[in-house]
Design a protein around this ligand. Structure first.
Ligand code: C2E
Ligand code: MG
Length: 595
């Protein structure tokens, strides 16, 4: 950097002032300007700089001569500037160029805009160049900032668009993008006469993983599921997350429905591999519904809805499976809708009632308990079987109010029967897993017992054996608390393909209720070893100190079989159909205990 004194001394010094006599710059004027003013001879060698040059560059007049300019020109601008000069000198045209010059004060480079003109003699020959260099650094920086800001804006706009079309957790396309792609795929499929498959994938029992292992682990599981599902697909397929534990796949170029089955199997297998999560090793399964274009629908939204309906069917028939859409499934989806609408307010309108089915005890040889069964009579739908409306009520949460109502009615009747008959009559009620999931379930049971002053051992709760591993984990604490209260716990539908012995070993239980199908098999269609199965079940139950209830007894032969096999309690149409509470009271009165 040049020292200050040399700058001052250099001010308004004319370099080689006599080089071109008569063309000397009016220096006194130039020194008043903030711009750098300069002149150069016809060859381009600088002959004059005004005061601003010396003040800015800190160079002395001697340093400024000849190639002095190059000392302060930014190295990156040298080539471009030299080329522009050369062209200007060749053409003799005025020119403009931007370059950076190094300041003698702080050593920083600032942007300048140079403008130069050729001065010609009367014959038109160039005798001099004169020009100015104006500091445009501020402006350049501002422009740069604007440019950067604009680029950022563009980027963030692109990011916003990406976010609006992708799922934040897994990074997969979301419903919006999926539907877009599906629309495009249908157009292309029409053009090429191809088929398109939509796979609706829902994890089984995901909510329980979330509830037992926490949301953090639940999120990690979803990300891993997304990764695995993606590995089963081709680059042209689209995997999207619709929300929660729902994923969809758009598979292009399906040639035969068989291809779709193969893909669904592959996806199920990917999910079935154990997951190593923070809370430990977890096994999952999924239910998949498949719809095929153009076979199952003629538009994107219907195709997606039909895949959803088929997925629902896969869930209903035991989960961990894939189902193709079939038109009758749609009818059942519509039926569910119609049930859901009419279920709303059914309790308040008095459309619900209870029936009680007697259970016969083989030891006391008498009826000493009843199972409470819900009945719904709707003016438009007529009698609706619980198997049709209970799953709908479970889905939309209405089961909670229903269950509380059944509990209340069951306790009330048990107290009445007991008082009237002078015996401790027990009432059994079915409890939905949705209900058991609620934290207020145990207090609700306890309050009902208190309200009716029913001894806890006279209340039995039947829990379905159709539990997943996480249902069991979630249920365990509440079941223990219910046991603590003194309430009896029975596992219902035991022996169906969904029940596992593991659950029986883990859960606090008092009894197993053997599924009707096993009882019927004993006589109706004695499948290979059905009697052995029954014997083994009873053996298992007894070894665990559990009572065995045989359900669905319709014939004398079945009754004899189950008694012979060691079942303690019997229920079925043979012994009594579900009846009104008053009829149950009459039955108890007519039937002396111990006979
Ligand atoms: P479940 O708990 O297995 O109830 C036994 C079902 O078998 C009852 O059907 C009963 O009427 C029927 N049943 C009894 N004996 C025989 C027989 O000898 N042969 C045949 N074929 N069937 C017999 P229902 O009342 O239609 O109930 C069906 C299911 O709906 C119940 O199965 C239970 O899972 C559910 N459910 C009924 N009431 C309630 C309730 O209050 N709450 C909940 N969560 N579920 C309920
Ligand atoms: Mg039951």
């Amino acid at each position: 950097m040049a020292d200050e004194s040399s700058v001052d001394a250099a001010a308004s010094v004319v370099v080689e002032p006599d080089l071109v006599p008569g063309l000397r710059a009016p220096t006194f004027l130039a020194d008043t300007l903030p711009q750098i003013v300069w002149t150069a001879d016809a060859a381009g060698d600088v002959t004059y700089f005004n005061r601003s040059w010396y003040e800015y560059t800190g160079l002395s007049p001697m340093q400024s001569v000849g190639s002095g300019f190059l000392q302060v020109l930014h190295p990156s601008d040298v080539e471009r500037t030299a080329a522009r000069w050369e062209r200007a000198w060749r053409d003799g045209e005025p020119y403009e160029i931007e370059y950076r010059l190094r300041s003698g004060v702080d050593g920083e480079h600032r942007w300048f805009l140079a403008r130069a003109n050729a001065v010609r003699d009367e014959c038109g020959r160039i005798v001099q160049w004169s020009g100015t260099s104006t500091d445009i650094d501020e402006q350049k920086r501002f422009e740069e900032q604007v440019r950067r800001y604009a680029a950022e804006l563009k980027e963030s706009r692109a990011e916003l668009t990406r976010l609006a079309r992708h799922d934040a957790l897994t990074g997969l396309p979301n419903r919006m993008l999926f539907e877009d792609r599906l629309q495009q795929a249908l157009v292309s499929a029409d053009r090429h006469g191809q088929m398109v498959g939509v796979f609706f994938i829902d994890l089984d029992g995901f909510k329980r993983v979330n509830d037992t292992l926490g949301h953090h682990t639940g999120d990690a599981l979803l990300c891993e599921v997304a990764r695995r599902l993606a590995t089963g697909l081709r680059a042209t397929d689209t995997l999207a997350r619709l929300g929660g534990d729902e994923f969809v796949v758009l598979a292009l170029e399906i040639e035969r429905p068989h291809d779709a089955i193969a893909l669904a199997r592959k996806l199920l297998a990917h999910v079935a591999e154990p997951f190593e999560l923070e809370g430990g090793r977890v096994r999952m399964s999924a239910s998949i519904g498949v719809s095929i274009y153009p076979r199952d629908a003629d538009g994107a939204s219907t195709l997606l809805r039909h895949a959803d309906v088929a997925m629902y069917r896969a869930k209903q028939s035991g989960k961990n499976d894939a189902r193709f859409y079939a038109p009758e499934m749609n009818a059942s989806a519509q039926e569910r809708m119609s049930i859901a609408t009419r279920l709303d307010g059914a309790l308040e309108r008095g459309e619900m009632s209870l029936r009680f089915q007697p259970q016969w005890d083989t030891r006391s040889r008498s009826v000493d308990s009843f199972e409470a069964l819900l009945r719904w009579n709707n003016p438009e739908l007529g009698e609706v079987a619980p198997e049709r409306f209970v799953p709908v009520a479970e889905d939309n949460g209405m089961i909670l109010a229903l269950c509380e109502w059944v509990l209340d009615g069951s306790c009330r009747e048990a107290v009445r029967w007991s008082k009237a008959s002078g015996r401790a009559v027990r009432v059994a009620m079915n409890v939905s897993l949705v209900q058991l999931d609620r934290d207020d379930f145990v207090p609700m049971v306890s309050r009902a017992l208190d309200r009716h002053a029913l001894p806890p051992q006279q209340l039995e709760l039947e829990l379905t054996a159709r539990m997943g591993t996480y249902d069991v984990l979630a249920a365990h604490g509440k079941m223990a608390a219910l046991r603590e209260l003194g309430v009896r716990l029975t596992m219902d539908d035991f022996g169906t393909p969904y029940s596992t012995i593991d659950h029986v070993l883990r859960l606090p239980l008092d009894a197993l209720k053997v599924d009707q199908r096993i009882v019927h098999d004993l006589e109706d269609a004695p499948r290979e070893g059905s009697e052995r199965v029954m014997r083994a079940l009873v053996g298992l139950a007894h070894s665990l100190g559990l009572d065995v209830v045989a359900d669905g007894i319709e014939t004398d032969a079945q009754r004899r079989s189950v008694i012979e096999l060691g079942c303690g309690r019997l229920q079925g149409y043979l012994l009594g159909e579900p009846m009104l509470a008053e009829e149950a009271g009459v039955l108890l009165g007519a039937e002396p205990a111990g006979e």
